[in-house]
Design a protein around this ligand. Structure first.
Ligand SMILES: Cc1cc2nc3c(=O)[nH]c(=O)nc-3n(C[C@H](O)[C@H](O)[C@H](O)COP(=O)(O)OP(=O)(O)OC[C@H]3O[C@@H](n4cnc5c(N)ncnc54)[C@H](O)[C@@H]3O)c2cc1C
Length: 435
C-alpha cells in the first residue's frame, strides 16, 4: 500500500519519518525546491535566517520535546530566554504582566489597579463569560494591561478585529498569571511567566531548517521536491495526484497542504464544503532579515505593540540563539510583519518593506543603519490561522467531509489550527498511532 503525503513542511516530513519506520511505503510531494515550509532557513552573506519567522524549540509535551531534541543530536544548543516588550521606548520584561515594575509608575498603577478591580468583579460573579477575544483580554487582565499591551499587540499580529476573533483557543496559550505574581511583578519582586519556555533549544548550525533536515534524513529518498500538486482525482481503489504533467498513483492520501490549496486541487467538492473553506480566515507574513556589523541588543526576541513606527509585531535576534548564524563580529535581527491581501504591506514592494523596517528600527534606537551589511525579505501566504467567530462551524463541515472522503488532514493549515511545531508533531504522533 502506497501513501502519498502532500506537502514537505514539518508535518509532511515527520509523517514520512514515522510511517516509514512502521514499514509503510510513502512518498512526500513538495512544491518547493526545498523541504521545510514555514521552517525553512536561508543563509546569505554568512547570515542564516528562519524565513518563515523566528522559531525556537520548546514544549510542555515531553514526548514531543524529546523527539525534537533527539533528532538534533549534537546540533542542539540551549539558551535562557531574555525577551522584552518595547513600550514607550523602554524594554519591559516579558510577559508584560511580569514586568510591571519596569513601566512608568503611573502606568504600573493603572495596570495593577485595573487587574485587581477585574479580579474582584470576576470573583463576585459580575463578569459574563467572554463572547470574543477582545472581551477575554479585558476580563482576564483588566483595562490597564489590555490597552497598554495585549490589545495593540494582538491587533498588530492578527491584523483582524479582536471582537471578531473567538475566545475558545486562548486558554493555556496566552499566559493567565496568578494574582500573587502580578502584585510581585508590580512591586519589583522577580517572577517568571510562561515558564515552560524560559529555556529553549535552537540548532547550533543551519537555523530551524536543521530540525526539518534531521527528521527528513532517514527518508530523503522518499521526498520529491519541485512537485506542485494541482489536481487530485479519486479512482476506484485509490488516488491520482497530478502536477499538470505527471500523475502519481497512491492507495492512501494524507494532506498537510493549506485547506485553500487542497480545495483548488479538488474539482468535485460539495458547495457547502467549498464555501466553508473559502470563509476561513488567515493572514500572511513578510519576514525581514537584517545582517549587521558589530553587536545588537542582548535579547532573545522583542514584541512591539505600538503601531507608530515599525509595522513589525516582533523582532528577534537570531545571532543570540546561536553565534554560528552570523559571521564573527556580526549580529542579526529578524522582523515579522503580518498582512492580508490588498492591505498597505501587501501593496509595498519587498525593497520598500526592508527600507521602512530598517528606518523604523533605527528611529526607535534598536539599530544603527550604518551597521547594516545585508538585508532580505521573504513572504509566506499562510502564516497564522485566524480563529474568527465562524471558525468552529466551518471546521465541523470541513472535517466531516474529508473524513468521509478518506483524505486525512494533518498539519497547521490542514487542520487549520494555531499549532506550533510541538502541536503538529503531537498531531502526527496521534495520527500515526491511530492509523
Ligand atoms: C511567524 C511564525 C513563527 C513561528 N514560531 C514558532 C516557534 O518559535 N516555535 C514553534 O514550535 N513553532 C513556531 N511556528 C509554527 C511552525 O512554523 C508550524 O507549526 C509548522 O511549520 C507547520 O508545519 P506544516 O508542515 O504543518 O505547515 P507548512 O510549513 O505550511 O508546510 C506545508 C507545505 O506544503 C507545501 N505546499 C503547499 N502547496 C503545495 C502544493 N500545491 N503542492 C505541494 N506542496 C505544497 C508548502 O510548500 C509547505 O512546504 C511559527 C509560525 C510562524 C508563522
Amino acid at each position: 500500500m502506497k501513501t502519498a503525503i502532500l506537502g514537505g513542511g514539518l508535518t509532511g516530513v515527520t509523517l514520512a519519518h514515522l510511517l516509514s519506520k512502521q514499514g509503510e511505503d510513502i512518498l512526500v510531494l513538495e512544491q518547493d525546491s526545498h523541504i521545510g515550509g514555514l521552517c525553512k532557513s536561508i543563509t546569505t552573506d554568512g547570515f542564516t535566517f528562519d524565513i518563515g519567522g523566528s522559531h525556537i524549540i520548546f514544549s510542555r509535551d515531553q514526548e514531543v520535546l524529546s523527539f525534537m531534541h533527539q533528532v538534533l543530536e549534537e546540533n542542539r544548543g540551549e539558551r535562557k530566554r531574555d525577551t522584552k516588550i518595547f513600550y514607550k521606548n523602554r524594554y519591559i520584561k516579558y510577559p508584560f504582566e511580569n514586568g510591571l515594575s519596569e513601566l512608568p509608575k503611573e502606568d504600573c498603577f493603572v495596570c495593577l489597579n485595573e487587574f485587581i478591580r477585574t479580579l474582584v468583579a470576576h470573583e463576585k460573579g459580575e463578569l459574563k463569560d467572554p463572547k470574543n477575544f477582545s472581551e477575554w483580554i479585558y476580563r482576564t487582565f483588566g483595562k490597564g494591561i489590555a490597552e497598554a499591551y495585549l490589545v495593540p499587540y494582538n491587533e498588530k499580529i492578527w491584523n483582524y478585529p479582536l471582537d471578531q476573533i473567538s475566545a475558545h483557543w486562548v486558554e493555556g496559550r496566552v499566559p493567565r498569571p496568578p494574582v500573587e505574581d502580578i502584585i510581585k511583578a508590580a512591586v519589583g519582586v522577580e517572577t517568571e511567566g510562561y515558564a515552560h519556555q524560559a529555556v529553549f533549544s535552537y540548532p547550533v548550525t543551519g537555523g530551524i531548517e536543521a530540525l526539518i533536515e534531521a527528521i527528513a534524513r532517514p527518508v530523503s529518498d522518499r521526498i520529491r521536491t519541485g512537485f506542485t500538486v494541482t489536481d487530485i482525482q479519486k479512482t476506484g481503489d485509490g488516488w491520482e495526484i497530478s502536477n499538470g504533467t505527471e500523475t502519481i498513483r497512491a492507495d492512501r492520501l494524507i494532506s498537510t497542504l493549506p485547506l485553500q490549496i487542497l480545495q483548488s486541487c479538488l474539482s468535485d467538492l460539495p458547495e457547502k464544503v467549498s464555501t466553508a473553506i473559502s470563509d476561513l480566515k488567515y493572514n500572511s507574513i513578510v519576514c525581514v532579515g537584517i545582517g549587521m556589523n558589530g553587536q545588537t541588543l542582548p535579547f532573545s526576541w522583542m514584541y512591539i505593540p505600538e503601531k507608530e513606527g515599525t509595522a513589525a509585531n516582533r523582532i528577534s535576534f537570531p545571532s543570540n540563539f546561536s553565534t554560528e548564524v552570523a559571521p564573527d563580529g556580526c549580529s542579526s535581527i529578524l522582523a515579522e510583519i503580518t498582512y492580508n491581501a490588498g492591505d498597505q504591506i501587501d501593496q509595498m514592494s519587498d525593497a520598500e518593506v526592508v527600507r521602512e523596517t530598517i528606518n523604523a528600527l533605527a528611529t526607535a534606537g534598536i539599530l544603527d543603519p550604518d551597521q547594516v551589511r545585508s538585508a532580505l525579505s521573504v513572504r509566506h501566504r499562510f502564516a497564522y490561522v485566524v480563529y474568527d467567530l465562524a471558525w468552529q462551524q466551518n471546521m465541523k463541515i470541513i472535517k466531516e467531509h474529508f473524513s468521509s472522503a478518506n483524505i486525512s488532514l494533518v498539519g497547521r493549515f490542514s487542520q487549520f489550527e494555531y499549532l506550533n511545531m510541538d502541536g503538529v508533531i503531537r498531531s502526527v504522533f496521534d495520527f500515526v498511532r491511530s492509523s
